[in-house]
Design a protein around this ligand. Structure first.
Ligand SMILES: Cc1cc2nc3c(=O)[nH]c(=O)nc-3n(C[C@H](O)[C@H](O)[C@H](O)COP(=O)(O)OP(=O)(O)OC[C@H]3O[C@@H](n4cnc5c(N)ncnc54)[C@H](O)[C@@H]3O)c2cc1C
Length: 491
């Protein structure tokens, strides 16, 4: 066959060219798929589950990051068989396919960088089974995180990793990004809760991998190869997820630090004493100022605010751990406020949830970083962020999951100013380098996607990248699955 029918428009984004020097070319959705392919796709999914309407294509050209790439056609499959048939066609015509859930990704993962077919999984949204005795749930990938947790509530069970986008993001997207959230410090990320998967490989073949049993050492662990693979190795069409009994009690306290290093130390002490907080969050002074203006809340003058949550099954245990943490924080010079009621606890969480929207009001553009360092290096990373902010003359506000060393420094700027945009990109690179120098990683939960691809080889050796390429080649010989991501867009 060998028909290459996608024309990729390599034009840079409109306002300038230079500012995007780290970034790959953007697909403009040339709309040149062969009519025979479009007809075949329509035969597979039906006319109601497919579109080439320019307005729709534009709406699906972005995720929640700064990236852009227009698909040529969008399909919404409803069954595994349809996913398989679409991938077989894509292979035959050698056309890129990008899977997408709710599009809340913060690194460009579901953005079709090279155009082609965008496969939106939101119509495969059934909860197929809740196995209470074995604490397992079998779901389709388009199930929304919150809907699953609502369905689990009557059984006293829950799926612990809790991305802040949970009200809209899908299980498929969470698995593909290995999403975390505030509770990752105690419960881990999605990786720890996926037990088996049905995956349609890029060739269209369907595999079921993993086991219904908790333990399984039967062959290579393919399940965890797909977790965090950002839609580049196949399309997840079913997931068997582990569940956990929902804790009965949760107590919350906030702690204010005059010195960033004290804040970092307090987190370290609470964790190393084995007090197992279910959340240990941080907001720096820039974030707090923005949150205070946004919500009207009066907050003490300080360098950082920590929020700790402790959950459990008996009140005495939860209280004892909170009391111990309070003592540790006070001994580290922090001023502590314990929430005395559920309403007070919700008010504290409202402040944390306001961080992103409050910062978004400060400047027209932002880069959301996701650097992660060993917890003992948290004070150093916070210091490095301050230094980079001063060096590049950029406002960088930081909040995040201090308990697992996962910080979200947000670089705030105006992309209409090419010079400022250039400095913002350079500051992002310096943040990446700082995290790596401290023994950390580029991303704790948002993935590499397009945004961090230019930095990928700072973290991974040539040999490691070659191993990844070999795996990709074995599963996706024609390179049709979400091309342009992870390392492909890098230098
Ligand atoms: C306000 C906000 C808060 C956020 N908070 C958090 C947070 O606390 N923690 C966190 O980890 N993330 C967070 N995120 C990032 C994002 O929400 C998560 O990564 C989420 O898991 C993405 O799910 P989605 O359904 O939107 O997937 P999408 O954004 O649509 O896709 C994400 C990736 O998954 C791939 N994909 C989607 N479905 C499939 C499938 N069925 N098979 C194979 N690949 C697939 C896509 O190709 C893409 O690479 C946040 C985002 C926003 C906007």
């Amino acid at each position: 066959m060998g028909r290459m029918v996608i024309r990729i428009n390599h034009a840079p984004r409109p306002s300038d060219g230079k500012a995007y020097e780290f970034y790959p070319p953007w697909s403009q959705g040339a709309g040149l798929l062969e009519p025979s392919l479009l007809k075949a796709l329509e035969d597979v999914v039906g006319p109601d589950n497919m579109t080439t309407e320019p307005v729709e294509l534009l709406c699906y050209a972005r995720d929640a990051s700064e990236n852009f790439g227009k698909p040529d056609v969008i399909v919404w499959p409803r069954t595994t068989e349809q996913v398989s048939a679409v991938l077989k066609l894509a292979n035959e015509y050698k056309v890129p396919v990008t899977p997408r859930g709710a599009g809340t990704c913060l690194s460009g993962g579901p953005v079709p960088a090279k155009g082609g077919i965008l496969m939106v999984m939101t119509r495969m949204d059934r909860i197929l089974d809740i196995d209470v005795a074995n604490m397992l749930a079998l779901v389709e990938p388009g199930v929304v995180w919150q809907d699953l947790n609502n369905a689990l509530e009557p059984y006293g069970l829950f799926l612990p990793p809790d991305p802040a986008s949970g009200a809209v993001c899908t299980i498929g997207g969470c698995i593909a990004e290995d999403a975390g959230g505030m509770r990752a410090v105690k419960y881990g990320t999605f990786r720890d809760w996926v037990q088996a998967l049905e995956v349609v490989l890029p060739t269209g073949e369907v595999i079921w991998t993993g086991s219904r049993t908790r333990k399984c050492v039967s062959g290579y662990d393919l399940v965890h190869l797909f977790v965090g693979s950002e839609g580049t190795l196949g399309v997840i069409t079913k997931a068997l997820l582990r569940l956990f009994p929902k804790p009965k009690y949760a107590l919350v306290m906030s702690a204010f630090a005059k010195d960033l290093r004290d804040a970092g130390r307090a987190v370290f002490y609470v964790l190393t004493r084995g007090l197992t907080p279910s959340a240990a969050e941080i907001m720096d002074k820039h974030t707090l100022r923005a949150v205070s203006e946004f919500t009207g809340a009066e907050l003490p003058d300080c360098e950082a605010m920590l929020i700790f949550e402790f959950d459990g099954y008996t009140l005495s245990d939860v209280r004892a751990r909170l009391r111990e943490a309070k003592k540790l924080c006070e001994a580290t010079n922090l001023k502590v406020r314990v929430a005395e009621s559920e309403a007070e606890a919700s008010e504290i969480w409202e402040l944390r949830r306001a961080a992103s929207p409050a910062l978004a009001r400060l400047r027209p553009s932002s880069i959301h970083e996701d650097v992660t360092v060993p917890v003992s290096k948290l004070p150093d990373m916070l210091e490095r962020i301050g230094k980079i902010s001063r060096e590049f003359g950029m406002l960088i506000a930081t909040f995040g999951h201090a308990g697992d060393g996962n910080l979200h420094p947000v670089i705030l700027f105006d992309e209409r100013d090419p010079e400022e945009a250039r400095r913002a990109r350079l500051a992002a690179r310096e943040l990446a380098k700082a995290a790596l120098e401290l023994g950390g990683t580029l991303t704790g939960e948002h993935g590499i996607g397009l945004s961090k691809a230019p930095f990928f080889t700072l973290e991974h050796s040539r040999t490691e990248v070659e191993v990844m390429r070999a795996i990709k080649k074995a599963l996706d010989p024609n390179g049709i699955m979400n091309p342009g991501k992870i390392w492909e867009a890098g230098p």
